[in-house]
Structures are given as structure tokens and as C-alpha cells.
Design a protein around this ligand. Structure first.
Ligand SMILES: N[C@@H](Cc1c[nH]c[nH+]1)C(=O)O
Length: 413
């Protein structure tokens, strides 16, 4: 039979679901300790919202839906944009700082990952402040969450959206050529960069500076030292000063060992205006978290609110974390009963569930006894009531006795 399975990676098994849930609850607890409160945005958005915003998702990457009135909607392709709208247009007066977090599915289709249209992001957005201290706190939080998840070998690659943008502005390229150059810098493809730059009518000094960008990677002091020589205008110098200040605060947090600088870093989204970053763990070749400062996005909604945030890719984290222990299933109980004792059996099941045990019930008249799958088997039979746990069998007369036998048994395991 045809299976109609669009995206096989998205059905989540019981074990994976438990591990995802654990990852999510670790992230949520950590976000809360930095003062973030959870929010949710709608899954359907107007296509027009995303098609008019500058610096938004590529139109071809959005998944479109048509509603009954013929309006074109998209499935939420990003969370940062709707949360910015929420804060910018919210009835509530924005306090000095608004710290929000979310765990939501994001829908995009990219050429590289055509079968991965749906991913879960757990992220934070901090509105209202643009200081090196805020940037460093967000980076420190990203590092803290990766530590919480048990990674010991990971790096946060930090760059600045303004550095590359400014340099490219000086080149006066068409948007097509800029994108091409961006892709080559991202993949550190020096050979093709050289031939692209050679064919462009740009000053040698500028072409040389662009060619150096992919090499601006590694130890922060080193990278900043090299980059100083390439900063061709005041704005570029300011981006480097900004990075220096942020790094100083990161040292105060004591997290500098997890940080490398990459001035060739270019994130997916175009709304970034300042510090940008991606988190990499040793076992996975793609980033598990990404984010940055986006001070101009709120202007799209008529407000002026500086902001910075990041999102963790929960599916990638799940892939990167090898399970250490068997998932916790809890003590499972099955209650079999003769129909004459149905009422006693169902009442006992209710009491055990109230006490927190997972219980399933089954009439002995229409089921096979499949004891092997359960920790405890309880029998309400015509003749007697019996509790079986492995090789141990105990009779009981009422519910209280049953509960205390199970509790007793649990203590001994
Ligand atoms: N929304 C960004 C991540 C981010 C959150 N906040 C800032 N940036 C993304 O999906 O790539």
C-alpha cells in the first residue's frame, strides 16, 4: 500500500520523543534562569508579511498555504520576525528590556535539505538594549546551554554582520554577484574567489581585503589584529571595536575558551546588523545554534527596538547527543480482570494512576496475557487477586494492599 509519508525524518518514536523532551526541558530551565519568559506565535502567517520585509527569508524557501478566502499564507518560516512584530506592535508598553523564549516548529524548504521542511527551534530574543554587555550575556547563555546539554567539545563561532557588508558595499556589486561572493566566502573557496575578484572592476586594495576574509578565523586577538589592517572605513573599524568590547566581557564570564572569531561568518538571515554567531559541536558538521543582533527589524513594524537572540536546532541537538542511558519509562503495570471483577479492577487502576503509575487494563476474556512487557501484572480473578512481579507472587484483598505491595516492591528494586 502507498505510504503517503512526505518526510520520513519527522515521525518521532517514543524514545526520540523522550530525549527531545529532555533536551527541551534543559533548554527551557536554562533560559528561565537568565530571566526569559515563554511565548508562542501563530503557525500561519500572511505571505505578504514576509514578502515585504527587507532581510527576510528567501520567498522560494517558504511553504505556502491558501486559505478558504483565497489569501496566501505561509507556515511560520522564522520565529524572530513574528516575535519582533509581537513586541513592536504589542499593546503592553515595552519595558526597558523584554526577554522572551520559545519552542516552536519552523517550516522552510531549502535546496540543501529538501526533505527537512519542518524543524523545531528553541530560542531566545532579548529586546531593548544594545551594549557589549548584552551581547556577551547572550553569547554566554548560548555557551551555558551547550554545556548543560553535556557537550564538552564545542565552539561558538562569532563574527559581525557589518564587517563583510561594509566591505562589499565598497565594491559596488550587483546583488547577484554579492550573493555569489558571499557563498564563496562561506565555503572558504579561495580558488573561485580569486577568479571572481579578478573579473571585477574593483580596486586591488579592496579585492585583496575581500580575499583575506575567509582567513580571518580563529583566536580572537589574532583575528582582530589581522582585521585591523583590512578595515577600509570607519564603520568597519567600529565593528572591530564592538567585537573587542564584547570579547572583554566574555573573558569576565570566563567562557573565552569556547569562543573563536570568524569574520567570514554569514548567517542565513539578512536581518542581522551586529554580532552574529553559530554554535558547533564536535559530532556534527552543521551548526546546532545560530543567532545575532538585529537592531533594525522592529523598524519594519514601526518601532525602534534594538534586539539580539539565537535559536537552537532541537533536531540537530538530538542527532548530536548520543543516548547515555535507556529512556526512563517508569514502572508499568497491567491489570487483567475477569469480567465479574471489572468494577474492582477499574477502580484500582484509577487509584494507581492517581498515585502516578502508568497502568493499562485488559479483560481476560478478550486478551492474551502478555506479562513479559510489564513490570507488574495484577490479576483480579474470580477466585483471588494476585500481584506478580518477576518470580514473586503476592495475594491481596483490597486496593490499599495492592498499592503498598507495589510501593514495597519498588523500594527493593
Ligand atoms: N531566527 C534565526 C535565529 C535567531 C534567533 N534570534 C536571532 N536569530 C534563524 O532561524 O536562523
Amino acid at each position: 500500500m502507498q505510504q503517503y509519508l512526505l518526510d520520513s525524518s519527522k515521525d518521532t518514536s517514543v524514545e526520540d520523543f523522550q530525549r527531545r523532551d529532555e533536551i527541551i526541558s534543559i533548554l527551557k530551565s536554562r533560559f528561565s534562569t537568565y530571566g526569559y519568559k515563554q511565548v508562542r506565535t501563530t503557525a500561519f502567517e500572511y505571505y505578504d508579511l514576509y514578502s515585504t520585509i527587507t532581510g527576510t527569508i528567501n520567498k522560494d524557501e517558504m511553504i505556502k498555504v491558501v486559505d478558504s478566502s483565497g489569501k496566501v499564507l505561509v507556515l511560520r518560516p522564522d520565529v524572530t520576525i513574528p516575535i519582533t512584530r509581537m513586541v513592536a506592535t504589542g499593546k503592553r508598553q515595552v519595558p526597558d528590556q523584554s526577554r522572551l523564549f520559545y519552542v516552536q516548529d519552523v517550516f522552510r524548504q531549502t535546496y540543501e535539505q529538501i526533505d527537512r521542511k519542518e524543524t523545531t527551534q528553541a530560542g531566545i530574543e532579548c529586546f531593548g538594549a544594545n551594549t557589549p554587555e548584552t551581547d556577551a550575556e547572550i553569547l554566554a547563555l548560548a555557551i551555558h546551554t551547550l554545556k548543560d546539554l553535556g557537550f564538552d567539545s564545542f565552539k561558538l563561532e562569532v563574527g559581525h554582520a557589518g564587517f563583510f557588508r561594509e566591505l562589499v558595499n565598497e565594491l559596488n556589486l550587483s546583488s547577484g554577484k554579492t550573493e555569489q561572493l558571499q557563498a564563496l566566502i562561506q565555503s572558504k573557496n579561495l580558488a573561485e574567489m580569486e577568479s571572481l575578484l579578478a573579473g571585477l572592476p574593483v580596486k586591488k586594495e579592496l579585492a585583496d581585503a575581500v580575499y583575506e576574509i575567509p582567513m580571518l578565523y580563529g583566536d580572537p586577538d589574532n583575528v582582530l589584529g589581522k582585521a585591523d589592517n583590512l578595515a577600509v572605513n570607519e564603520t568597519m573599524k567600529q565593528t572591530l571595536t564592538n567585537l573587542r568590547e564584547v570579547y572583554k566581557v566574555l573573558e569576565a564570564y570566563g567562557v573565552e575558551d569556547y569562543v573563536v572569531f570568524d569574520l567570514g561568518l554569514i548567517n542565513n538571515m539578512n536581518y542581522y546588523t551586529g554580532v552574529i554567531f553559530q554554535g558547533f559541536v564536535a559530532s556534527l558538521g552543521k551548526p546546532v545554534l545560530m543567532g545575532g543582533r538585529y537592531d533594525r527589524l522592529a523598524e519594519e513594524f514601526g518601532a525602534s527596538i534594538p534586539a539580539i537572540g539565537f535559536a537552537c536546532e532541537v533536531d540537530s541537538l538530538l542527532q548530536a547527543i548520543t543516548p547515555q542511558t535507556e529512556p526512563e519509562t517508569g514502572t508499568e503495570i497491567v491489570i487483567y480482570y475477569d469480567n465479574a471483577k471489572q468494577k474492582y479492577a477499574l477502580t484500582a487502576a484509577g487509584s494507581l494512576r492517581t498515585a502516578g503509575y502508568p497502568v493499562i487494563t485488559s479483560s481476560l476474556e478478550n486478551t492474551e496475557d502478555c506479562k513479559a512487557a510489564f513490570d507488574y501484572q495484577v490479576y483480579f480473578k474470580d477466585g483471588k487477586n494476585l500481584l506478580v512481579n518477576g518470580d514473586t507472587e503476592n495475594e491481596f484483598t483490597n486496593e490499599e494492599e495492592l498499592l503498598s505491595l507495589i510501593e514495597e516492591g519498588m523500594k527493593n528494586t
